[in-house]
Ligand binder design. Structure first.
Ligand SMILES: [Ca+2]
Length: 239
């Protein structure tokens, strides 16, 4: 019975990670908007994770952002050459993380934040890179409207251009080992996950975390693509 349960769990995880592709954001007006509910608002540690395959990238293209209280979230920052950043309480948009997305190729990005530390992880076709510093501050809440694929409303052409999949949001800082597990789809669904949008469901972006933070395309429809994170990422396969 134990073995059967394990098999079912593994099948479920496998299907969760690589079941169906992505939403192919057009870089013009495609943005998906989940609202993070009140019960998930008052947390002081966070982890964000996302798969994306950009065709282009520019300063301030928003990956997973809110402006509900202060501007915060994942974005392509303004440090030289479009470096990835985890913007926080209106600051850190110009962090020199040294991490840059590879165009036209799948990238897995994770940032963690707590009161003392900001850490970044990038898995791409050119290898794995990490970032860490001791500049941080407590989140001032994460409740409210978030934007998958744009900096925020009325922020000009700050849209992601290309496929995105499996946007995840945790209420704690994942360790480096746990980030590796998330990359390999070996992590448990019940590990502090507060939002998970696979983005391969037609027309909508359902939150699979169980917290009901479903996303809505602001201007539907957004194209659903079969181009998803490649199978060979799973189980540590070569990129
Ligand atoms: Ca569109």
């Amino acid at each position: 019975m134990k073995i059967l349960r394990c098999t079912i769990a593994l099948l479920f995880l496998s299907a969760q990670c690589f079941g169906g592709g992505s939403m192919d954001l057009d870089g013009v007006n495609d943005v998906i908007e989940p609202t993070i509910g009140g019960d998930t608002g008052n947390i002081n540690t966070v982890t964000f994770g996302v798969w994306l395959k950009p065709r282009t990238q520019d300063d301030f293209d928003g990956i997973f952002m809110t402006r509900a209280t202060n501007t915060k979230g994942l974005m392509i920052g303004s440090a030289a050459g479009n470096q990835l950043t985890c913007m926080w309480e209106g600051t850190r948009f110009d962090m020199a993380t040294g991490m840059k997305l590879i165009l036209n190729s799948w990238n897995f990005v994770v940032f963690t934040k707590d009161a003392d530390t900001t850490k970044g992880y990038l898995y791409s076709s050119t290898g794995t890179s990490t970032y860490s510093d001791s500049v941080s501050n407590f989140p001032n809440g994460v409740t409210g409207l978030w934007h998958i694929g744009q900096d925020g409303p009325d922020q000009g052409p700050r849209f992601i251009d290309g496929p995105m999949a499996n946007v995840r949001f945790w209420d704690r800082t994942l360790s480096a080992d746990e980030v590796q597990e998330a990359f390999m789809c070996a992590d448990s669904p019940a590990n502090g996950l507060r939002g998970q949008w696979m983005l391969w469901d037609t027309g909508n972006a359902y939150d699979l975390s169980g917290n009901g933070n479903h996303g809505v395309p602001e201007i539907p429809p957004i194209a659903v693509s079969q181009d998803g994170p490649p199978m060979n990422f799973c189980n540590g396969g070569a990129m």
